[in-house]
Design a protein around this ligand. Structure first.
Ligand SMILES: CC(C)(COP(=O)(O)OP(=O)(O)OC[C@H]1O[C@@H](n2cnc3c(N)ncnc32)[C@H](O)[C@@H]1OP(=O)(O)O)[C@@H](O)C(=O)NCCC(=O)NCCS
Length: 255
């Protein structure tokens, strides 16, 4: 069954081996409509948060994404999704509360436009970011403001045909690192360099002032289809990405 089916049920006892990172892609156009079902999975504070959204579409997207996060985590942990509880770091990064008995299972979520990504791993911090490519963004001034000198030089050396795409490629790679670290904008954006290349494998090029930090993390680009850019950052180099959006989940990870 595909995760974007409104009646998606992952089944119980999904396995998360050490060294694997599972990435789930949600098609929000398909899942958001089942709002009443997803609401039954949320905690009271999440329902309160959902109800504060001004636009119905934003409320539905948040509700579906948070409910599917709970359903997936519940399945990996063999726990009732509704009973899972989260804690929030200093800068708002959610993680499983140790009271769930499985604090080593870590996750991160990102949403943009009609897509959401949920990344889950065991025993390693991770961050994921997806951005819908928007042509109405002033890429040049944002590049000057937020990107490091090395990134600015690399972007200006690229073919001018798709400047916006390259900008969002760089943005998602930087954001995935920020999100993995959980530091938000407390970590200065000029304090690390990512590659904007399509070919390079290791996309975290340098960290400052601690140059050794760069070797502790790895960033990879994620293919999410036309009109979007996405990236994933995880601690360590020894992990394998398993994508979970093709409906082959049952064969490949169920016990
Ligand atoms: C949350 C944050 C880290 C990213 O926000 P965003 O890109 O707008 O949103 P995303 O959809 O990618 O991520 C949101 C999710 O990340 C998670 N999150 C929240 N705070 C987080 C943090 N400090 N670290 C990691 N993840 C966080 C939550 O699960 C959240 O989902 P929810 O809204 O459904 O609860 C935000 O704090 C932020 O301000 N980032 C910096 C933005 C920026 O200027 N980046 C420049 C990049 S070059």
């Amino acid at each position: 069954m595909h995760i974007s089916d409104a009646n998606f049920e992952p089944g119980s006892e999904m396995i998360m081996p050490d060294g694997e990172v599972h990435l789930w892609r949600l098609d929000l156009d398909k899942v958001a409509v089942a709002e009443s079902r997803w609401r039954t999975v949320l905690s009271q504070d999440e329902i309160t948060r959902a109800d504060r959204f001004k636009f119905a579409r934003d409320r539905q997207n948040f509700t579906a994404t948070r409910a599917l996060l709970r359903i997936l985590l519940g399945s990996y942990l063999t726990r009732n999704p509704q009973q899972l509880s989260f804690t929030y770091g200093q800068n708002g990064k959610p993680s499983l509360d140790p009271s769930n008995g499985a604090a080593e299972v870590q996750f991160n979520v990102s949403h943009s436009g009609a897509r959401a990504l949920i990344a889950i791993a065991r025993g390693r911090p991770l961050g994921v970011d997806i951005e819908q490519i928007r042509e109405n963004v002033d890429c040049e001034s944002l590049t000057r403001r937020y990107f490091s000198r090395c990134e600015q030089d690399a972007l200006s050396a690229l073919e001018a045909s798709e400047p916006c795409k390259a900008f969002f490629r760089c943005w998602t790679r930087k954001e995935s690192y920020l999100k993995a670290r959980g530091a938000g904008l407390a970590l200065p954006l000029h304090a690390f360099d990512v590659s904007v290349s399509l070919a390079e494998k290791n996309l975290l090029l340098a960290t400052r002032p601690d140059a050794g930090e760069a070797a502790l993390w790895s960033i990879c680009a994620i293919e999410v289809g036309e009109g979007y850019e996405a990236a994933l950052c995880c601690k360590g180099r020894d992990w394998v990405l398993k994508s979970r959006w093709t409906g082959d989940f049952t064969q490949s990870t169920r016990r």
